[in-house]
Design a protein around this ligand. Structure first.
Ligand SMILES: NC(=O)c1ccc[n+]([C@@H]2O[C@H](COP(=O)([O-])OP(=O)(O)OC[C@H]3O[C@@H](n4cnc5c(N)ncnc54)[C@H](O)[C@@H]3O)[C@@H](O)[C@H]2O)c1
Ligand SMILES: O=C(O)C(=O)C[C@@H](O)[C@H](O)[C@H](O)COP(=O)(O)O
Ligand SMILES: [Zn+2]
Length: 372
């Protein structure tokens, strides 16, 4: 259940979007605005004595500033620096963080703060989920992708040699602070990568997102664009609505995996050097072609995938000769059941559904449409 507010966040008033609170889950808020770090201590609460601020190398100064501020407020605050991007999502880095928590005497009333992109918050949430079987954590996403998707919904985890996000836990944060000012230092490549998940939210649930991007794709590529806050908030609401009704992915939540079956296989094939959003972009074009070939999706909506993704600079194709490897990886996608491959496709704009066990010839034909 999300609370709708009339206007996107402005300089003074953050937008507050509620997540969860149903089926025994604790509710929490996603705040979208500026200068939100003052909210952090309130979320950490008075019961905590220690706070661990997990941040990537790229945000060393920010991580240290947050740590120092929390120390000034009386917490025993430690900063734990982890590698940038996917290199942080490993068992070794998780073990490094557990060691740091152990060394600082972290107890069940203490709190983890994950500051960074989706890779960092996935790791930080996983460390919080596993330490002492679960301590509270707060997400401070600093990328578009982290704000609209990764930090919301409680999917935490790491990769293994066999694939993406294969080890993890559902462990929702106690709060999410989306400080729009953080996006100013993000490189355009990473900014645009996050737009893939924004566009995903548009196709599966909120076509107004697509209209806003299509009206001015160049503006959508910039944190200074006139619709930045609205695009982020609309996407967060899509995610919040879905995870509030199906936290553990027993049904509806699978729609958030639109484009991800192929995307995760591409990421693994590229040894995680491709950004997640870039892979999701190719994966959505593939899913659109699959939907079209399966007789479910109309030509105009399928074609619209290419046009909107390309307009912001996202990739549409991948190496044609890699299909056999990609298919093998896709077989162990989390949506698979036994030998049954399952994909999210669209029945139409905003109407996601599951396609089970497609004919291998149809899969190959759909891949032909994204092959470079
Ligand atoms: N848990 C979920 O529900 C969920 C949802 C979507 C994606 N994800 C995961 O999120 C990850 C991708 O996240 P991402 O796209 O944010 O990439 P990322 O976390 O890899 O960050 C990209 C790069 O930007 C740097 N960075 C982060 N914030 C910055 C800032 N403000 N200024 C400058 N540099 C900054 C990072 O250190 C990194 O080098 C993937 O691992 C994906 O699987 C998880
Ligand atoms: O929150 C979800 O559920 C999603 O599927 C969101 C995806 O964008 C995200 O990449 C997620 O990490 C994928 O999860 P996985 O279970 O397929 O690893
Ligand atoms: Zn994703």
């Amino acid at each position: 259940m999300t609370e709708q507010s009339a206007a996107p966040a402005d300089e003074q008033t953050p937008t507050r979007i509620q997540v969860g609170g149903t089926a025994g889950t604790d509710p929490y808020e996603v705040l979208v605005g500026r200068s939100l770090l003052g909210e952090l201590a309130g979320l950490i609460g008075a019961d905590a004595k220690r706070v661990a601020v997990i941040h990537p190398e790229a945000l060393a100064e920010t991580g240290e500033a947050i740590r120092a501020d929390l120390a000034d407020q009386g917490y025993e605050a430690v900063a734990i620096q982890v590698p940038n991007a996917e290199e942080a999502k490993t068992a070794e880095v998780a073990a490094y963080c557990w060691k740091a928590l152990g060394t600082s005497g972290f107890t069940r009333s203490d709190v983890v703060v994950g500051v960074g992109g989706g890779a960092t918050t996935d790791l930080a949430g996983f460390v919080a989920a596993t330490w002492l079987r679960g301590v509270r954590w707060i997400a401070v996403p600093t990328t578009v992708l982290g704000m609209v998707d990764a930090a919301v919904g409680g999917k935490t985890g790491i990769n293994t040699a066999e694939g993406k996000n294969l080890v993890g836990a559902f462990h929702p944060p106690a709060g999410v602070l989306c400080d729009l000012g953080a996006l100013d230092s993000l490189g355009v490549h990473d900014y645009v990568s996050g737009l893939a998940e924004v566009i995903k939210a548009g196709f599966i649930a909120d076509p107004e997102i697509l209209a806003l991007i299509e009206a001015d794709p160049e503006a959508a590529r910039s944190p200074q664009g006139p619709h930045t806050a609205e695009l982020l908030e609309r996407s967060i609401r899509v995610k919040a609505d879905v995870v509030s009704s199906d936290l553990k992915e027993s049904g509806l939540r699978e729609i958030l995996n639109y484009g991800h079956t192929l995307a995760h296989a591409i990421e693994k094939n590229e040894r995680y050097k491709w950004r997640h959003g870039a892979a999701v972009s190719v994966g959505m074009v593939f899913a659109a072609e699959l939907g079209r070939l399966a007789g479910r999706l109309d030509d105009a909506t399928a074609d619209r995938h290419r046009s909107v993704l390309e307009s912001v600079g996202l990739p549409l194709t991948y190496r044609g000769d890699q299909w056999p490897k990609l298919l093998e990886t896709m077989k162990v996608d989390k949506k698979s059941r036994g030998d049954l491959l399952r994909f999210i496709v669209l029945n139409g704009l905003g109407r996601p559904t599951v396609l089970e066990g497609p004919d291998p010839a149809v899969l190959l034909a759909a891949y032909g449409e994204v092959s470079a």
